[in-house]
Design a protein around this ligand. Sequence first.
Ligand code: FES
Length: 104
Amino acid sequence: ITVSVTTRDGRTKDLTAIAGRSLMENLRSGGIEEILALCGGCCSCATCHVYVDDQWLTAMPPMSEDEDDLLDTSGAREANSRLSCQIPVTPELHGLAVTVAPED
Ligand code: FES
């Protein structure tokens, strides 16, 4: 499963992601250290914030109220914002493209 990630320096990197793990875990294990994921994936830190490419928005799982509330605390929230720890990687997401959100 290939995921394309654009980091804060504007570079784009393709990662091989493993299904059954969250997008956050896959980004971290793929060396994207800008994704701090301070809370370890329990939806309480918002340091795993990414922007999902518009064409992939419909493929995303629905957003929980917790995720929505946490994103609201971010000054960098956009319409395509998601917390990557809340997105399980599935084979259907092959080709997914995301951008790391700016530091808040
Ligand atoms: Fe903390 Fe996603 S890792 S909210």
